[in-house]
Write a protein that binds this ligand. Sequence first.
Ligand SMILES: Nc1nc2c(ncn2[C@@H]2O[C@H](COP(=O)(O)OP(=O)(O)OP(=O)(O)O)[C@@H](O)[C@H]2O)c(=O)[nH]1
Length: 729
Amino acid sequence: MRLGTIAVREALPPTAAYVTDKEIQEPLWHYYYDVEKSVAYLVSKHTPKLKMAKKENVKVKGNVQGSRNDECSNPFSVKDFFGDMPWLNIPLGRQATFIAPLYPRGGLLGGSPDGVPKMSKLQVLAAARKKKAQEQKSSGSTLVEAPMANLTLDSSKSREPKAGSSSRGFPQRKRKDSNPHEKAPTPVKRESSKAESQDSPMETPPPDQAEPSAFANTMFSTPPKPAQQPDSFFTLPYNATPIANTDPFAGPSPDDVVMAAQSKASGKGGKGPPKTNGEKRAEQIANGVEALKMDDTPRARSKNLDVLAEFEKAETKNAANFVVIGHVDAGKSTLMGRLLYDLKVVDQRTIDRYKREAEKMGKSSFALAWVLDQGSEERARGVTIDIATNKFETAKTAFTILDAPGHRDFIPNMIAGASQADFAVLVIDASTGSFESGLKGQTKEHALLVRSMGVQRIITAINKLDTVSWSQERFDEIRTQISSFLTTAGFLAKNLAFIPCSGLHGDFIARRSTEEAAKWYTGPTLVEELDNSEPVHRALTKPLRLTISDVFRGGIQNPLSISGRIEAGSLQNGDALLIQPASQKCFIKALEIDNAAVDWAVAGQNVVIHLSGIEEQYVKVGDVVSSPASPIRNVKELVCKVLAFEVLVPMSVEVIRGRLSVAGRIVGILGVLDKGTGEVVGGKKKVRVVKPGQLARVKVELERGVPLEAPGRVVLRSGGETVAAGLLE
Ligand SMILES: Nc1nc2c(ncn2[C@@H]2O[C@H](COP(=O)(O)OP(=O)(O)OP(=O)(O)O)[C@@H](O)[C@H]2O)c(=O)[nH]1
């Protein structure tokens, strides 16, 4: 290294005598002691200085790469450089013409076209910033210079800031050889005013201080200000590692910043002293309580009404829900469509429109059914998929029709409908062959299901009698068969009624038949029979229970709303509610019955509840609403008394209660019961199998906790079949 240093010094022009040994040794080390390259590098680097010193005719021996810079053409022209090279003495005719490359080529350190060492991307960035800074400086603006600017030997540059330029706002940095931990005498405010900056003692940097690097500028994000270079030295880019004189650990760490932001966001103070377990627990509880308050929506004020007294005063019409059941295509929708049409619930224009649409699809007879089957998918398939609810009123009662689908696939929907029903209308297709296939099909299953769901009264509409010329014989035949089946299924004869009718033509629905062949029937029409229904017993004084049948968003005013039939109890605006199984508390913001705002509602009524203080994720169809004072509990295990429709063994089942459905498993058969007495049959003998038609007590374990309680009615399904239905114990 020593010999190389001497060799380089000898090769350098006399004007470069100021170049220190250290500066010479840098390129030597870099070029593996290649003297010529080192000289070339140093010369090219110091050229501006040399030019300024107006020293000419410097002879440099060696192979210099990439010194095509115009700036160095005078002292180090290509001719001068290569003058003594034999390969330059080429006859003129054979000399190649040099065409300068369009773009400066890259190269190793010292080999770049402009004599600047090849730079890394960061350095390129810094150089670009330097250039920009210089441009701005020349126009009097305030930008910091990049560290590359240190690569100058121009001692003629003033160390003082230019007149008019503002002082440097960046904390002063010390050279590497100074104490990196030594703090600046005066802390520099980042956002100090211009005047303050100008008065600052840091305005003129001491000559032994370097400008911050581009990296440091980025890290500390101080608005850059023009920098005056200490020009008595230069460093190679790799050496320029200025150290901030501010304590890097003085401020908060990034983690502290994040935690402070989090605690600020959660409204809590900064970090306190370490918490004890008790304090942590207390905080958890406090957080839990806080979490209960899900939104800031003001709660509706409770009028603290005596709801039962209000109900007595209101003299509301008797309200009844009925489910329409029957085999597929029995004519359920058509029958109800006719009923609504005849009772003027649906206007002529709507029916005409449906007729036109139905004709276009080649299904003109479906027009009436569409009054109920309103979904487009249902229309296209011609079947009822979900439970359609329609309302109509007679003189005495406000009815809600729950039109359950006849298709096997949709039996869960039918169960959901049946769970809300006070009675059922069973529609039988009287046309030849249809009744028989219907009886084998869903007619029986539906009837058993509604019975299991607690429905006690059935009105059987023996439909499509127009297709059998209003044959009384046919009517009687069907009546006898259905009657015997229904009484076997547990319905009392006094709760059964049979109406001959034609939904398509409207005979005996809301009016009597004009058909001569139907003169034999003198009994009530379907509507009259419906109106004869006894007032429904309402469990007004029991604790509140409502199974959610729909969850929807009602806009900004009503962010979350639910609907369902109040099965027991009553409620009023402002009441607190508990949603199970999520165990989330919320409040009634507003109530609606039949699209009209109300202050209260009681058992038996279908109500829309606008909620406050709860997130949508905690409210699902099938969930149960109760009052926090007498809540319904979630259970993971249940015992129920069921009527088996299929063979029951310990097996996986789906437990359905209304719209609630949960996977479970029959884990034990506790005994087969006598249908009449309800006593266990066969003593203590262990039962492994329950045969279809047997009554049994079974134990079911559920996959998750759900709100179920006695005397709720459940249906057990397996493999798409209803295998049993019964009562929770
Ligand atoms: N002749 C005659 N046809 C009827 C009568 N009632 C219904 N229909 C026809 O029977 C077919 C089925 O009627 P829907 O009302 O769709 O039957 P549904 O029971 O509601 O069928 P799903 O919803 O699939 O269970 C339609 O083509 C009706 O036009 C009737 O009283 N007489």
